[in-house]
Design a protein around this ligand. Structure first.
Ligand SMILES: Cc1ncc(C[n+]2csc(CCOP(=O)(O)OP(=O)(O)O)c2C)c(N)n1
Ligand SMILES: [Mg+2]
Length: 327
């Protein structure tokens, strides 16, 4: 049984991601946010269920669809919004933007625009954990499209061969931009690909945060215990287009409506109240707190300074982060 306080916190995190991203969509339409932006709306249960099953210092690494994971990891909403606005107060001083949120102090090694690009880096992080003999494990998030990249196969092969402490989490939302997974992948049930590398593969309902958390807790235990890597396929759906500029005409409206009925947020609210874990009043209070935090994040971003022209020459080469044993 997942502790009551954890369940309420998972509700808060999913709602925080949802509300902040709704504001991101508005701000993007008003051209206050530039560049590419990929919304995570619909998939919140995967990031929240998985990341809350980890220790705070287990490294997490991600794709360009990284808002949800950054926030689930405890990232600051103000510095999140400021980063998207390209402001100096952003988590990467306004130089990363939506696709490259990174927060090394929270062991969040960030997003990348390269499909599959973070997967070998995750394996490197896991090799570092093993080499140092600490008991940390790495979690790597990616989409169904990434599992057809050559680098994915090399990384999984190496991870198994060296029995590395890494959990690969594929968020199978059935599309890579506009391409149906059945048209791009020889095996559209991604978890079955694990058998090609002799590692366990699991499939979970990625619209059910409690199911994701439950499975991840079990898998985290075995991986931390030294059993080697695992692949999890979380079946989910993104409600919006691939990015802010994609109207998503390749999907049937009926399909979209079907998935919206499985929305993880009201689903958890229902069980929280139904199982007397919390009250409707408390959930409304959380909603109000999140609305205030969202407005505060936008106001902070708006009133923050742009990066100075001189700062272009800063952060070009990485420096060791004192608190980061992986640096
Ligand atoms: C190496 C590489 N090839 C192609 C692209 C263009 N591209 C960007 S996103 C994307 C689709 C990826 O889909 P998926 O992995 O399923 O992730 P999702 O967007 O569904 O979260 C592609 C092909 C890229 N960014 N990098
Ligand atoms: Mg996809």
């Amino acid at each position: 049984m997942i502790p009551a306080a954890d369940q309420v916190e998972m509700y808060r995190l999913m709602l925080l991601i949802r509300r902040l991203e709704e504001r991101v969509a508005e701000m993007y339409s008003e051209q206050r946010i530039g560049g590419f932006t990929h919304l995570y709306i619909g998939q919140e249960a995967v990031a929240v269920g998985a990341i809350t099953a980890l220790n705070h210092d287990d490294p997490v690494i991600d794709t360009y669809r990284d808002h949800g994971h950054f926030l689930a990891r405890g990232g600051d909403p103000r510095r999140f919004m400021a980063e998207l606005f390209g402001k100096a107060t952003g988590i990467c001083r306004g130089k990363g933007g939506s696709m490259h949120l990174a927060d090394v102090e929270r062991y969040f090694y960030g997003g990348t625009g390269i499909v599959g690009g973070s997967i070998p880096i995750a394996v490197g992080l896991a090799l570092a954990c093993q080499y140092r003999g600490d008991d940390r494990i790495v979690v790597c998030f990616f989409g169904d499209g990434a599992t057809n990249q050559g680098v994915w196969h090399e990384a999984l092969n190496f991870a198994k061969l060296w029995s590395l402490p890494v959990i690969f989490i594929c968020e199978n939302n059935f599309y890579g931009i506009g391409t149906d997974v059945r048209l791009s992948s020889s095996l559209s049930e991604v978890h079955k690909k694990a058998s090609g590398y002799g590692m366990p593969g699991f499939r979970v309902d990625g619209m059910d945060v409690l199911a994701v958390r439950q499975l991840c807790e079990e898998v985290v235990k075995t991986v931390r215990g030294g059993a080697g890597p695992v692949l999890i396929e979380a079946v989910c759906y993104r409600y919006q287009g691939h990015s802010m500029t994609d109207p998503g005409r390749y999907r049937a409206r009926a399909e979209e409506e079907l998935w919206r009925k499985r929305d993880p947020i009201p689903r958890l609210a229902k069980s929280l109240v139904g199982d007397a874990i919390t009250t409707d009043e408390r959930l409304h209070e959380i909603e109000r707190e999140i609305e205030a935090a969202t407005e505060d994040a936008v106001a902070f971003a708006e009133s923050s300074p742009d990066p100075s022209p001189e700062s272009l020459y800063e952060d070009v080469h990485s420096e060791r982060h004192p608190g980061d044993p992986h640096a």
